[in-house]
Design a protein around this ligand. Structure first.
Ligand SMILES: [Zn+2]
Length: 326
């Protein structure tokens, strides 16, 4: 039997149940750490928000949540373990860094002057997958990678190559961030050329594009597509609507790719730092940006489009299971 690391220890990968493939319990834009005097960690408030998110996800049968927060954006495995302990939900946490413009590569750029950075990134990811994170025995269950809009920068490429090497040695699943769906085929090609197994790769934020032929171009490489931004719509995000995304799912299922589609919201349940002040545009764009949307809108929307209960359930259950069990 295959196992996947959760923050509560190993779980049988064929018993994950309905799984959301890309959410954030905590997320902080890089630099939030520097504003800790006025925007410090408000544990009780954050815990309440995360317990509510788990309850909302459970309402439509979710049993496992992949937390895609990267190391430098506020990943906090002790907090995630607390959420898992209090609720019994399975949480799979990540190792990796975000895309260049919103990451903190200054550290690695500095080290480039005297160290083999690609080797160091490999060692970091390997340690976090096999030994534990930040002195705990909590291990990462996925590697999270990210690239920029229309390009994979040289530093991002180092993370991709290091991740492929860790996957070859450990079998760990790789999930990615694309900017608005761009660079999906290139991400897959880079990972596969570096030795990664396409059956253990999920190319993320692909629902930034609703062009079915573009999705096929990615899917024919043998990877999964993660349609993981349900609920994020409108001007602020330059994305398709949820209705268009559901039409895309139906088209891909009709073309025989129903076994390769994964779902999520990219919800941020807690923004680290000082509280956000919502503008009118943000309020409108974010009105469905929460962990309830797949249950409330997507599952019924797919059924209305004629998909069977089995086909719909597979997107949340059988597909994540085969990704983690392959
Ligand atoms: Zn995300």
């Amino acid at each position: 039997m295959k196992y996947v690391n959760t923050v509560s220890g190993p779980a049988a990968s064929n018993q994950l149940g309905r799984t959301l493939m890309h959410e954030h319990f905590l997320f902080g834009y890089c630099g939030f750490q520097g504003d800790a005097t006025l925007g410090g960690f408000r544990e009780r408030e954050y815990l309440d928000a995360c317990l509510k998110a788990v309850e909302d996800a459970r309402a439509y049968g979710i049993e496992t949540i992949v937390d895609a927060t990267t190391n430098e954006c506020g990943r906090n495995v002790r907090f995630l373990k607390q959420v898992a302990d209090l609720t019994g939900i399975r949480i799979i946490c990540s190792t990796g860094y975000y895309f260049e413009a919103e990451s903190s590569f200054a550290y690695w750029n500095f080290r480039k002057g005297f160290a083999d950075v690609q080797q160091e990134i490999y060692e970091m990811m390997l340690a976090e997958v096999t030994q534990g994170i930040e002195g705990t025995d909590i291990k990462a269950g996925v590697i999270k990678l990210a690239s920029s809009y229309q390009q994979i920068t040289p530093m991002e490429e180092m993370f991709f190559k290091a991740a492929a090497r860790v996957q070859k040695e450990t079998g760990v699943v790789i999930i990615t961030h694309t900017q608005q769906g761009t660079m999906g085929p290139q991400q897959a090609d880079l990972l596969i050329a570096s030795g990664a197994d396409p059956g253990k790769i999920a190319i993320g934020h692909m629902c930034g594009s609703i062009d079915a032929s573009y999705h096929e171009e990615v899917l024919k490489r043998g990877v999964y597509v993660n349609l993981d931004r349900f609920g994020l719509q409108g001007e602020l995000f330059h994305t398709p609507t949820d209705e268009q995304r559901m039409d895309l799912i139906q088209t891909l299922v009709d073309k025989g790719y129903g076994g390769k589609i994964l779902l999520g919201h990219d919800s941020v349940n807690v923004n680290l730092g000082r509280p956000i002040v919502m503008t009118e545009m943000m309020r409108e764009s974010l009105k469905d940006a929460n962990i309830r949307t797949i249950g409330a809108k997507v599952l019924p929307g797919l059924k209305k489009r004629g998909m069977s209960d089995e086909q719909i359930d597979a997107l949340l259950r059988a597909n994540p299971q085969s990704l983690f069990a392959s």
